[in-house]
Design a protein around this ligand. Structure first.
Ligand SMILES: N[C@@H](CCC(=O)N[C@@H](CS)C(=O)NCC(=O)O)C(=O)O
Length: 227
């Protein structure tokens, strides 16, 4: 069976990495059963066999793959039906939009909460590496959440406008665009108590539909969000 190494909190079931969520959703989309292997950031030795220090890592027989992007390409080539249904240029846009606009907009509100969520053995490592990256204490980086929330919600306007006309970014059914964006929202939902979406928002309604997919798979994951 396919094995997926995923970043987990103290609870093995609380998987929260947006990069791992992409793969988890793609596997469900393709109806491929897999075994989730919970992993923590300080367990580099456990994924060294795939020549990486980061998850996701996917093991499929002889194949040992890292990097969410390479894994998605592999899955669509090896298991073409049902397809993830996007052409490569569209896909690239959604990847870059999530990684360059959405994730940076979110991390400035949730990084202190991610620190509370990670497994206790990862906490010092997480603080040290992220404070080095951002050049300031996590709490300072995450200050003024309310003002940032307004800005973040505005950044979702293109998504909002699209979801007023379609149930999913893929049209009547979800495709990889939906999974890429939803994975980012799962990152926040699993790690932060602050609701990022207002209940009357069309993005909220879409997220509800995404939470219902695959028999409520994403809804069943332990989360910290309060709505
Ligand atoms: N470009 C990589 C990024 C993967 C990544 O950054 N994974 C994080 C989890 S969200 C990780 O493993 N971090 C370990 C660390 O920071 O040491 C991908 O798309 O797979």
């Amino acid at each position: 069976m396919i094995e997926l190494y995923e970043l987990a909190a103290t609870d093995d079931k609380q998987v929260f990495s947006p990069y791992c969520w992409r793969i988890r959703l793609a596997l469900h989309h393709k109806g491929l059963p897999f075994k989730s292997i919970p992993w923590r950031m300080t367990e580099k030795d456990r994924i060294a066999f795939a020549d990486t220090e980061r998850v996701p890592v996917l093991v499929d027989g002889e194949q040992k793959l890292s990097d969410s992007w390479k894994i998605l390409e592999y899955l669509d080539e090896r298991y073409p039906t049902p397809s993830l249904e996007m052409n490569r240029a569209e896909l690239r846009f959604f990847r870059h939009w999530t990684e360059m606009v959405m994730f940076p907009g979110m991390i400035r509100m949730i990084i202190d909460e991610i620190h509370r969520t990670v497994h206790e053995k990862d906490r010092d490592y997480f603080r040290a590496t992220r404070e080095k990256t951002f050049g300031m204490p996590l709490e300072e980086f995450a200050a003024n959440k309310e003002a940032k929330l307004e800005e973040f919600r505005k950044s979702l306007n293109p998504l909002r406008a699209t979801l007023k006309a379609f149930d999913f970014l893929g049209g009547s059914q979800p495709n990889l665009a939906d999974y890429l964006v939803f994975s980012g929202l799962m990152w926040a939902r699993c790690t932060s108590p602050m609701p990022l979406l207002a209940e009357e928002d069309s993005v909220f309604a879409w997220r509800e539909r995404m939470l219902d997919l695959f028999d409520g798979m994403a809804r069943s994951i332990p989360c910290r969000e309060m709505n």
